[in-house]
Design a protein around this ligand. Structure first.
Ligand SMILES: NC(=O)c1ccc[n+]([C@@H]2O[C@H](COP(=O)([O-])OP(=O)(O)OC[C@H]3O[C@@H](n4cnc5c(N)ncnc54)[C@H](OP(=O)(O)O)[C@@H]3O)[C@@H](O)[C@H]2O)c1
Length: 291
């Protein structure tokens, strides 16, 4: 099977590409600025629809895992046109190219399609994004209705080729240096380990599962509780974590208050199950430090 992973240099795509190589697939790894470590590197720009069609028709994949996006939520709010071009129009071009080749597509979407008023969202719940990033990703979903749409939430894991630092790595670094951090107690999420997610996504691709799937961690926590768990598992000083509130933070884009995802469908259908938070953090500790 030939797989084209977009975002092969990113936090999630790098792990999808790595595991796909391990499973013996013929892997092409798409990137924009940072060369991926795994698979055959293919440079392309999601903002260029013609270029996407050309690249995908040359690679001729059986499966596309579309993980690339403009993921900086505040940048999407400022550069609205670019965000729409990459996340919505780029996804439309990827989906059209997949249809032409009769390839299967898994589109990686987000908890930010929801407004965060209620939390623990199920696949069929009404979407209502509160920022432009969520709006563009939801527009992307509309182009992928005949494929698999995998919505996830707050991804963390080892650093990818892009060098992007995620919440867990940032927190470990700060606590190791003995620096205090202010973390919000009133924002709720279901944090997701990139390796667990990559395996769930590969399974969806291998089994050609169509429809929407919430693929996230199985534990709903506040950011503050998440930080406390990280400190405990990694043996760091929890007293450095100071509670704060969302309205104390100067974000450019509005954030949903509770964008946690209900993963019951994934629990029921998938062999690779969503990890609970404690297990996921222990797995990450092993991935980072061995043992
Ligand atoms: N991170 C989260 O917490 C989170 C939560 C919910 C959903 N998601 C979704 O999950 C997916 C993966 O997220 P992630 O955190 O792994 O992303 P990431 O680490 O920020 O990586 C983004 C990837 O997209 C590529 N990319 C960006 N602009 C591009 C362009 N114009 N053309 C081609 N490629 C481009 C980047 O390539 P270069 O690095 O080479 O430039 C990189 O490989 C995304 O679709 C995101 O919307 C993420």
């Amino acid at each position: 099977m030939r797989i084209f992973v977009t975002g092969g240099s990113g936090l999630l795509g790098s792990k999808v590409a790595e595991f796909a190589v391990e499973r013996g697939y013929d892997v092409y790894s798409g990137y924009h600025n940072h060369k991926p470590e795994f698979g055959k590197a293919v440079k392309f720009d999601l903002a260029d629809a013609d270029g996407i069609a050309k690249v995908i028709s040359e690679v001729r994949p059986d499966v596309i895992i579309h993980s690339a996006a403009l993921t900086d939520v505040d940048r999407c709010e400022v550069e609205k046109d670019l965000a729409y071009r990459i996340n919505a129009e780029g996804t439309r071009a990827v989906a059209e190219a997949a249809r032409k080749l009769n390839a299967f597509l898994v589109y990686v979407s987000t908890d930010y399609v929801f407004d965060g008023v209620r939390g623990m969202y199920r696949e069929e719940d009404e979407t209502n994004p509160v920022n432009h990033y969520g709006y563009t990703k939801l527009a992307g979903e509309q182009h992928c209705q005949d494929f698999c749409i995998a919505r996830t939430c707050v991804i963390y894991g080892a650093k990818p080729a892009s060098g992007k630092v995620n919440f867990v790595l940032w927190l470990i670094d700060r606590l190791e240096k003995g620096e205090s951090v202010r973390i919000v107690t009133d924002q709720f999420i279901t944090p997701t380990l990139n390796t667990n997610l990559a395996k769930m996504i590969l399974e969806c691709a291998e089994r050609r599962l169509k429809g929407i799937f919430h693929l996230a961690g199985a534990t709903r926590v506040s950011r503050f509780e998440f930080a406390k768990e990280i400190a405990e598992v990694f043996g760091l000083d929890e007293n450095l974590i100071i509670p704060s509130k969302m309205d104390e933070i100067n974000w450019i884009a509005k954030r949903p208050r509770d964008s946690s995802l209900d993963v019951s469908k994934a629990m029921e259908y998938l062999k690779e199950k969503p990890f609970d938070l404690r297990k996921a953090l222990k797995v990450l500790k092993k991935e980072l430090f061995g043992g």
